[in-house]
Design a protein around this ligand. Sequence first.
Ligand code: GDP
Ligand code: MG
Length: 476
Amino acid sequence: LGRKLNAALSSLNRAPVVDEKVLDALLKEVCAALLESDVNVKLVAQLRQKVKTKVKAIFESSGDKTKEANRKNVIQKAIYDELVSLVDPGVEPYKPKKGHPNVIMAVGLQGNGKTTTCTKLAVHYQKRGFKSCIVCADTFRAGAFDQTRQSATKAKVAYFGSYTETDPVAIAAQGVSKFKKEKFDVIIVDTSGRHKQESELFQEMVQIGEAVQPDMTVLILDASIGQAAEAQSRAFKESANFGAIIVTKMDGHARGGGAISAVAATQTPIIFLGTGEHLTDLDRFSPQPFISKLLGLGDVQGLMEHMQDLATQNPDRQKEMAKKLEEGKLSIRDWREQIQNVMNLYVTSPKPLDALPKPNCILSGPISKIASMIPGLPQDLLQGSDEEGASRMKRMIYITDSMTSTELDSDGSLFMEFAKDGKPTALTWRVTRVARGSGTSVREVEELLCQYRMMANMAKQAGGKNGWLQTMQKMQ
Ligand code: GDP
Ligand code: MG
């Protein structure tokens, strides 16, 4: 969808004159892209009408004086605003509060990703200082409790469930009251989503809801169900009045339009998007960045959030690192940790980074932008595309993997010997050993050492002026 909308808008940029014909042609393309990604026909027709009316009114009121460039902006903004309003019902979702047990109940049909998302949510809140846990109230599906047990164990969050109890309402009530007593902050109740027994399913939702009195009920919706999203979300809204939606499997070939229709049909906000099978594949949703990304305008806010996550996960370590760096005491091991940090950001969130198009974006390139905010990683290390940057970083990690402990803790001088004229030359046996061990070449190892030295020298010269400590503090 994003690519099509983006293409439609760039054709607008190429049009020499902007008149009603251009507007109609553009709207046709935008609407076709929306329909193709399963946005409801009625919604698309409404959007088209609203944009047209808005743009015409502005054109008429300003007459022919409006410059072409300005007219293009008017059109672009009208489309942007209407798209934003499609995914923004203007309702604030529930936000968990500290010092109070927040009960979140997940509902949705089987296979939509409830159990996976419950664990992701628990991890998300846990990272932000909420003591989180999961109650498995799915007694319908064989192996449901095992699945919860496995993923919760992997995620290191507490869980509750039973192999013998067959009443989901009883389990939900027991689990929630147990965790409330144990002073958990976020208690997530996972329910069954059995197929084809709808009236019983909905009855079960209502009963569990009455038993656990959730602060927020979340509908877990699979992005790939397309047009069916509207009917499904309406049905759940009636029985299990949910207050938020999480759309899963946004990483697949899913045409996210169904999600847009679900928001419109139920006037309920989306809070997160599931973007993969891993525990960290959960992206916070907010309307403006979502649409910006769709239109190829970049997602700076999302990027900052990832940075913030990194800093909040380990602020002391990052500050220590910045200090070492500024004092010229960053070891190869520290430097490697920084490379790893950038890698982690990239690997856990390839989607938002990929979605950042270079020309329109205020960032020169997402990886190098992140790199520039991390101590000890000079930007020029990461020129080229994100893929090139990522593969270069991977090779750097391989190389350092083959260094001994002493070498890692050194400032690299172990690798060097000095010629009579005082110029450093690489000490070949260590370099050769590392190159062999890492499956790289002597040249690559020398390059890495050279980059590390350059970085260390630059940092020493810059002395505290690189502002990294300040950046860190601002982000907390
Ligand atoms: P439930 O029946 O609603 O509890 O669904 P599950 O949590 O068991 O998930 C069903 C399948 O969807 C599993 O194979 C998950 O790994 C997969 N899944 C869930 N969320 C996502 C997602 O965001 N992206 C992808 N690619 N797969 C997902
Ligand atoms: Mg499940």
